[in-house]
Design a protein around this ligand. Structure first.
Ligand code: SF4
Length: 243
């Protein structure tokens, strides 16, 4: 089994509930969505090489020809994780659930819990690999950043994901509407009322603008009318120039 891998590195989790935890990251190609603020080149086949940062935090990149076998990926993970206890293996993308057989096989070969970073829309794919997943960082994608809304897909996904340690994350921009946050908070509360809901101000990129501080607090207040635990957490790894 072989896959195109964009990158493998050891760093901290920069977002959400487990912010600051040391993880190994494996980034897979491809996505089923088209968010306006996306900072990842997602087209399948656009990465002839996988980059591996070694040593961690150095920005020194080594390259390996894609596609890589699952055995080679496990070996590279062991290499970047060596000597430091890691919280988990973050499998990210793109949308990692486009690669379920690879995730399942890799999980058998890596002695770290699997932390899935997903756009939260592929519930059948999640059901097919949930047995090997320990943590789920689930995004809710608002209609304003997509070419079509995905509320139903999110609700079905959360039904499956709530069996695990899951939290929900919404990237908010200057254009994010109260109605979008209210719909997202209601949907989450109906399906999994006790999960953490994270509002993540967008990191300005490609014309996206972050909400003002007062706007951010107003959106949090709105979400707190429906959910018990709503936190505002920005992308912290960018502040420290970490991958
Ligand atoms: S779901 Fe993530 S990877 Fe896919 S387009 Fe949106 S931001 Fe990019």
């Amino acid at each position: 089994m072989r896959e195109n891998i964009i990158e493998i590195f050891s760093s901290i989790q920069g977002e959400g509930k487990y912010v600051g935890c040391r993880q190994v990251f494996v980034r897979l190609e491809g996505c089923n969505l088209d968010c306006t603020y996306c900072d990842t080149e997602n087209e399948i086949g656009r990465h002839p090489q996988c980059t591996v940062e070694e040593p961690a935090g150095s920005h020194a990149l080594h390259t390996y020809e894609n596609p890589l076998s699952v055995e080679k990926v496990a070996e590279l993970i062991g290499q970047v994780a060596a000597g430091v206890p890691h919280h988990s293996l973050s499998i990210t993308g793109g949308e990692p659930l486009l690669h379920v057989p690879f995730i399942r096989t890799l999980a058998e070969r890596v002695p770290l819990p699997i932390f899935l970073e997903t756009n939260g829309t592929l519930h059948e794919a999640l059901a097919a690999c949930i047995g090997c997943v320990s943590y789920i960082s689930m995004d809710i994608k608002l209609p304003g950043v997509l070419s079509h809304p995905v509320w139903d897909a999110h609700a079905r996904f959360l039904e499956v994901a709530r069996a695990k340690d899951v939290y929900v994350k919404i990237v908010v921009a200057a254009e994010t509407t109260e109605r979008e946050i209210e719909t997202a908070a209601r949907m989450t509360a109906e399906t999994a009322p006790d999960v953490l809901l994270v509002l993540q101000p967008v990191t300005p990129y490609g014309g996206c603008t972050a909400p003002t501080p007062s706007r951010l607090l107003a959106l949090q207040r709105l979400a707190l009318e429906h959910m018990r635990d709503v936190r505002v957490i920005p992308q912290t790894h960018r502040m420290m120039d970490l991958l």
